[in-house]
Design a binder for this molecule. Structure first.
Ligand code: UD1
Length: 429
């Protein structure tokens, strides 16, 4: 079952035990939500498996239902059947605003209907997160784009192919432009495209639906459009960020954890950094064993894939707070993603921040405290910090963690973590 998503719940974490045991990865959040959106493009049923039991998924299902897609979601089984039978250009604003990923419906709606009107979405509070790259690319494809009154509206009665060079390899812009391009009139080239494994997953599913896309996994995507796309049966790729989170949690607690259903090739740089920090990693064909006994400082720079993922930066900071020596961490992707570092400092970590650089001196003793207002990744990092802190850590606003981590508490408990989900009222009692 999906954990309850009430924002009045908290996670109570008591530090101490090293994590031991086996954890199997869920399907990737950042892939599943886009694969669901891509169903808008299909003339036929899309059957997805390995859909993670996270809170963003039912919200995405509601967004798609509002866009005229019949959705049959079974979170317990991790399956989702979608059929775009009566597509509408304007899904209801209340569902759209609840998750940032609803922006991924823009490209498919424009591709399919030549028209989309979306409320500007919410999601993590990690920076301005503009959509100028999405808009500029669509304009190059002949669309008119207006952003006003909290809505983005795209009209493209004559959507044509274009040569688009992105200023920055934005994940969301690459996906939206790709999904608009597969049904446009004429070929499209997206240069400086994002290359994340989840984008590769989306590209491969689109190809299985009949799309013609060259350059998958590289910085230049070439799309030769087709008149229609078929339905498809597709398995979501494993969540590399979840893999990194469990690996770092295992390492920072001095544990020994086997992670199953891993694609180590998606994690080249995080694994390289963990090895450099003294973590022992044994790679199997689809598994990863993580053991640690003492950590050393390393430097980390976040960059678009294949660089070190920004979505693992807060978790890495927790690990580095327990490493011997001084580490430097540079955040290049989201300008306000260092907010978690201040929380780590409050717990006793020795951190110095200068713009988008941080120096972390370790190892330092962390002390349990109450953490609040963290985004999905910082929330997971807060739990990790609690696992090594003295005393009890309370992580509030856990609905953020529920957005990205399937069954986080029971899976950590199965690894021996002393963590529980309790209603906030139980704390005050
Ligand atoms: C996706 C992921 C998120 C991850 C991020 C970077 C999903 C649902 N979310 O977010 O978990 O942290 O990739 O790996 O897949 N930008 C612009 N203009 C634009 C678009 C983006 O300036 O038009 C900026 C953003 O403000 C941000 C940076 O580019 O600073 C990265 O954004 P982007 O790669 O688009 O990330 P998302 O798709 O939002």
């Amino acid at each position: 079952m999906l954990d309850p998503t009430s924002s009045t719940d908290v996670f109570r974490v008591r530090g101490g035990p090293p994590l031991r045991g086996t954890v199997t990865l869920a399907g990737a959040k950042n892939s599943a939500l886009k694969l669901m959106a891509a169903s808008i493009l299909a003339d036929g049923e899309v059957h997805l498996s390995q859909i993670p039991a996270i809170a963003d998924v039912p919200v995405m299902a509601d967004v798609l239902r509002g866009a005229g897609v019949a959705v049959d979601l079974d979170l317990e089984a991790g399956t989702c059947r979608l059929e775009a039978s009566d597509t509408q250009p304007e899904p209801p604003a209340d569902a759209v605003r609840r998750i940032r990923a609803s922006l991924s419906c823009l490209g498919p709606l424009v591709g399919r209907l030549r028209h989309a009107r979306l409320a500007l979405p919410g999601g993590d509070k990690i920076g301005a997160r503009a959509i100028d790259l999405h808009a500029r690319g669509l304009e190059l494809m002949g669309a008119s784009v207006s952003i006003e009154d909290g809505y983005v509206e795209v009209r493209a009665p004559e959507l044509h192919g274009a040569i688009i060079t992105l200023d920055f390899p934005s994940v969301g812009a690459t996906e939206n432009l790709l999904m608009a391009a597969v049904l446009a009139d004429g070929p499209t080239v997206i240069d400086n495209a994002a290359r994340e494994p989840e984008i590769q997953d989306l590209c491969r599913m689109l190809v299985a639906m009949g799309a013609r896309i060259d350059g998958i996994g590289g910085p230049t995507l070439e799309v030769d459009p087709v008149a229609r796309l078929e339905g498809v049966t597709w398995e979501t790729c494993p969540d590399r960020i979840e893999a990194g989170t469990y690996a770092m949690a295992a390492a920072v607690t001095g544990g020994d954890v086997l992670i199953e259903r891993v694609r180590a090739s998606d994690l080249t740089l995080p694994l390289l950094k963990l090895r450099a920090a003294g973590v022992v990693l044994e790679e199997g064909s689809t598994s990863l064993r993580v053991k640690a006994d003492g950590l050393e400082a390393v430097d980390v720079v976040t960059l678009p894939y294949p660089g070190f993922p920004t979505d693992l930066q807060p978790q890495m900071m927790v690990l580095l707070s327990q490493a011997e020596g001084t580490s430097r961490c540079t955040e290049n992707v989201f300008e306000s993603r260092f907010s978690f570092v201040h929380e780590l400092e409050r717990m006793g970590a020795d951190v110095e921040i200068d713009g988008h650089h941080a120096l972390i001196r370790g190892p330092g003793t962390l002390h349990g405290t109450t953490l609040a207002g963290l985004d999905v990744r910082a929330g997971a990092a807060g739990v990790m910090a609690g696992l090594v802190a003295e005393g009890t850590t309370i992580v509030r606003d856990v609905h953020h963690i529920d957005r990205g981590y399937a069954r986080f508490v029971p899976r950590l408990q199965a690894l021996g973590a002393d963590v529980e989900r309790v209603p906030v009222a139980a704390l005050d009692a």
